[in-house]
Design a protein around this ligand. Structure first.
Ligand code: NAP
Length: 344
């Protein structure tokens, strides 16, 4: 490894002042640093595209707000091309977190080995952070049980389509919220959702009442915003809101202040419990959950949907798609073909 190796990457050019667009991103080539003893250089095969990348362009999340010139963050999957003495062997396939770039130099301790011989996109979807978010959100935070009615927003997205299927496998009645008939068809015909409601319909409240005539026991919320208040009004006593994300508040100039914005009264009146969580809260259980998810995919019980864009240059457009509701399944960008499967 020499300093001559260059890496293309996307950085934020300026903080968006409203909806994000192509001009808020800049592509540049930078030299790949030589790894320290504790670092590994990964040649990325795939990088994820997630609403969080937009959120952190605007303000702090669980990580600090991006400044102009900083790398757009994402999960990565790739092949080790160099490592310090404590790192994995060259040629090993690994998953981790860095950003939209060809080569990532990351702490070796932050990488997970790719141990299952599956197509690498699975490591950014069902076996990655979003699959784990879906799994823990439904099983641990929502504590979904047989016969309950579970409603999910962003139901055709990376987290939502897996969370809905996990709830279905636990014996729940599953209702998705999406913005297009195409997504509704996919969720019902292919993934076995019991019903789907279109959030853009003028009859949304009635449609949800028809789909959930006995009320909602668990709301797995990926988007927050005005939809949260509307679903709260249809929740059963002692229902649970699993607060996974707030996508509806990410692509705006100033974050919506949800405090008291019409949600408190229905929460008190129905004795609701709203619980936020981060997938990292369950890090010690990731290996066991990954094994379960892998088993479900292998048996055909869980279908994984992925929107794979080709070439690093497509990453900003792929992100914009998340806010126009175009994407179905987990969005990611492929930089190069899957290498042969090897483990350290
Ligand atoms: N808690 C955690 O540890 C954790 C981990 C990973 C991800 N997350 C969160 O989980 C959420 C889902 O992530 P994802 O990667 O699966 O994204 P995604 O669902 O694949 O994509 C975003 C979807 O959100 C919906 N949407 C966009 N703008 C909206 C708006 N203004 N109002 C309502 N819905 C809107 C769209 O679906 P429709 O148009 O079909 O409604 C869009 O397809 C994100 O908020 C993310 O930050 C949390």
């Amino acid at each position: 490894m020499t300093n001559a190796l260059m890496s293309n990457r996307w950085v934020m050019s300026e903080r968006p002042d409203g909806s994000v667009s192509a001009r808020h991103f800049r592509r540049e080539a930078v030299p790949v640093p030589i790894p320290t003893r504790e670092q590994t250089v990964v040649r990325n095969v795939l990088v994820s595209v997630a609403p969080h990348a937009r959120a952190v362009m605007q303000g702090d999340t669980y990580r600090l707000q991006l400044r102009a010139g900083e790398l757009i963050p994402s999960s990565i999957v790739g092949e080790v091309v160099a490592a310090g003495s404590a790192g994995p062997a060259v040629g090993t396939l690994v998953a981790g977190f860095s950003g939209w770039e060809e080569y990532s130099v990351v702490p070796s301790s932050s990488l997970r080995a790719v141990t299952m011989p599956v197509p690498l996109p699975n490591y950014l979807s069902v076996l990655g952070l979003n699959g784990l978010t879906a799994y823990f959100g439904i099983t641990m935070v929502g504590a979904v049980t047989v016969g309950q009615t579970v409603v999910l927003s962003g139901a055709a997205g990376g987290v939502g389509h897996i969370a809905g299927q996990v709830a279905r496998m636990l014996g729940a009645r599953v209702i998705g919220i999406v913005s297009s008939d195409h997504k509704a068809d996919v969720l019902q015909a292919r993934l076995g959702f019991d019903a789907v409601v279109n959030r853009t319909s003028t009859t949304f409240d009635e449609d949800l009442r028809t789909a959930a005539p006995d009320g909602v026991d668990v709301y797995f919320d990926n988007v927050a915003g005005p939809l949260l208040r509307r679903v709260l009004h249809q929740m059963n006593k002692q229902g649970r809101v699993v607060s996974s994300g707030a996508t509806a508040t990410y692509d705006v100039r100033d974050r919506v202040d949800d405090g008291g914005n019409g949600i408190i009264v229905p929460m008190i009146a129905r004795s609701l419990r709203l619980e936020g969580f981060l997938v990292a809260d369950f890090a010690e259980h990731w290996p066991a959950a990954t094994a379960v998810l892998h088993e479900w995919v292998t048996s055909g019980d869980l279908i994984v949907l992925q929107a794979v864009h080709e070439g690093l240059e497509t990453a900003p457009t792929a992100l914009l798609d998340l806010f126009t509701g175009v994407n179905v399944g987990q969005t990611m960008v492929r930089l190069r073909p899957d290498p042969p499967f090897t483990v350290d």
